[in-house]
Design a protein around this ligand. Sequence first.
Ligand code: PBG
Length: 326
Amino acid sequence: MNLPRRPRRLRRTPAMRALVRETRLSADQLVYPLFVCEGTGVRRAVSSMPGVFQLSVDEAVREAAAARADGVGAVLLFGLPAGKDAEGSAAWDPQGPVPRAVRAIVADVPDLMVVTDVCLCEYTEHGHCGLLDGERILNDPTVERLVRSAIVHAEAGAHVVAPSDMMDGRVAAIRQALDGRGFEDVAILSYAVKYCSAFYGPFREAADSAPKFGDRRSHQMDPANSDEALREAALDVEEGADMVMVKPAVPYLDIVSRVKRELRVPTAAYHVSGEYAMLKAAAANGWLDETRAMLETLLSIRRAGADIIVTYYARDAARILRAQTP
Ligand code: PBG
């Protein structure tokens, strides 16, 4: 048969396009990051991330409840402590902003998954992700502190802890410590594949976590590497990670795709601060249709293979998705 092939047949109407659509985005796959600070009634705008705020615990609870009402599946909490020191001891203070926010959100917002970021960079005065010897980040002493932080988050009621530090061996250490204390149901989402990226710039303003000297190349991954990402992710799964994350998202969609295809574990991608800021800046200038660009971006991350997307757009996207469903 020599009839002309006509792929456009399947693109004629909205209903036809919906029928053959391969990838869907849904609000319960979205994770919404929140930056929790001290005080009450605080809602401090982050200048490089329009629409993102540092929130006191009471405001964080309101934001989390609003996100749940929009249909968002989870929040991811970062902390801005009252004080910082060389070892980041505020990271395991049960009265710190993150544990307090966890307790309040778990109590007030049923069905919302609460994930906590586990790292020291928001808590150390030098802004590095671990303990230092001169300018060198010490691995094992840092892991010991990360474990303390993860336990405090679990005790507060976190459903998932998400170590983002990229120290070696921390997933196994956290898993063992959690199980040893009866927290075998607390899941680990490891930032298994975290690149040393320029796209974290705005986050460091939001979380007040910019390193005071040097950079994060000695522990975050070289953007040139792909096989190494598979080794990192496989190691974390072996150590007990329930879910793995690739970060940033869009410049690393090839990695998202490989990790999901080769490991077959729940895979998250973090659409990071710089990716968000780029879209916001272009939209503010009238150069892009923000809603369309946002949905296309999030869809592309799903299409690459991510099951879960961490995004500052979570609430906006959830609201739009809800309005679209009949
Ligand atoms: C480290 C951490 C970072 C981000 C999430 N966890 C920053 C870094 O590694 O410097 C970046 C997230 C973003 O850019 O949105 N705790």
